[in-house]
Design a binder for this molecule. Structure first.
Ligand SMILES: [Zn+2]
Length: 342
């Protein structure tokens, strides 16, 4: 059982949906020797090239591509990208060739224009090919750049292309993360409390819980003492900070995989944490407490613990998935690194 989080941050409606988090890996890369490294370098060259021809910055292009990649991972059936494609961008055939174009496989830039399609030739081979990474990226960049100049041309261009406020928000968030980190790949992860501290947790996915009506548990509770540091499990951008009657003082952080990390019942926040702030994995964001289940400031209605939740954005809705396996993995990795450092 998982839940859906609707709307913008803070609005936490839940619907029960019988579906598990499905995140199939990307299509196998072409270079089995060192796939990640080669692909990153290849992508970076492509972003640079399309940046020069489109006028967008490479970080903006990388953010658009990464956003689309996360949607493709979340919904592979409805977004059939070409096998082996290094970009995550998906443009439906009819949008590429034009709604009235009788040839859904049209690659001729001229007839695509005539039928009102958006497909363009980004690699200079004379074809507007929906399976070409350069053509896809150049096409999206051109559409975004077509926005009239204004206060924030990139945001306006994103809105005109996606017609979806969430897409605009995500891509701007990703751009900020990439600007700060210089990388378009997720950084490593950290366990949310120091592995040297005293804590305990177990898998409680879907358990019933008492307060606030019929809700099942959509995260993992990590029990620890008051004041134990809470650390960001990922790199990312602070999307939300404040009070919620269920979660108490809580923080939401979005990472480059379009996963939203939710930290609740905190005793307080680190001074550096404010919406829009960029965080590193392992960075202290607050402290374990027992806030929540009432008006702002309510605490002590349950033993101190960190409630940690993970939500995957699927474009229009977000789905909670069980953080327990990730927590176990990050805990193992940190313990191993600690032993190695001794
Ligand atoms: Zn909890």
């Amino acid at each position: 059982m998982t839940f859906i989080r609707f709307g913008l941050a803070g609005c936490l409606l839940t619907l029960i949906v019988a579906m598990s988090d499905a995140g199939p890996a990307l299509a196998a890369a072409n270079h089995p020797q060192n796939p990640i490294r080669d692909e990153n370098a290849e992508l970076r060259r492509l972003y640079d090239r399309i940046a020069r021809s489109s006028g967008l910055r490479w970080q903006q292009l990388a953010a658009v591509d990464q956003y689309e990649r996360t949607l493709t991972r979340a919904r592979p059936k409805s977004r059939p990208v070409a096998p082996g494609s290094i970009v995550g961008i998906y443009i439906p055939e009819a949008r590429w060739v034009g709604e009235l174009n009788p040839d859904l496989g049209d690659t001729a830039p001229l007839s695509i224009r005539v039928f009102g399609g958006i497909g363009r030739d980004g690699d200079g081979d004379g074809q507007a090919d929906r399976t070409s990474a350069a053509d896809l990226l150049y096409t999206v960049a051109t559409e975004i750049q077509a926005a009239k100049a204004g206060q924030d041309r990139f945001a306006v261009g994103l809105w005109q292309y996606y017609r979806n406020e969430r897409a605009v928000q995500r891509i701007r968030q990703f751009t900020a993360i990439i600007d700060a980190s210089g990388s378009f790949r997720s950084a490593k992860h950290a366990f949310p409390v120091p592995v040297t501290s005293s804590y305990s947790y177990r898998s409680t996915w879907g358990d019933r819980r008492g307060w606030g009506g019929r809700r099942t548990h959509e995260g993992t509770d990590i029990f620890a003492g008051y004041g134990v540091p809470v650390r960001s499990t990922s790199g990312g951008i602070v999307e939300l900070k404040g009070w919620n009657r269920y979660g108490g003082w809580r923080i939401g952080i979005r990472d480059l995989d379009n996963v939203y990390h939710y930290y609740a019942h905190l005793q307080g926040f680190d001074d550096n944490i404010k919406p829009g702030a960029i965080v590193q994995p392992g960075q202290v964001i607050g402290w374990v407490g027992s806030s929540g289940y009432g008006r702002p400031g309510t605490q002590g209605k349950f033993p101190p613990h960190l409630h940690y939740g993970m939500y995957r954005d699927r474009g229009m809705v977000e789905w909670a998935f069980d953080p327990y396996p990730s927590l176990r993995k990050w805990e193992r990795e940190e313990r191993k690194a600690l032993r190695a450092a001794r």
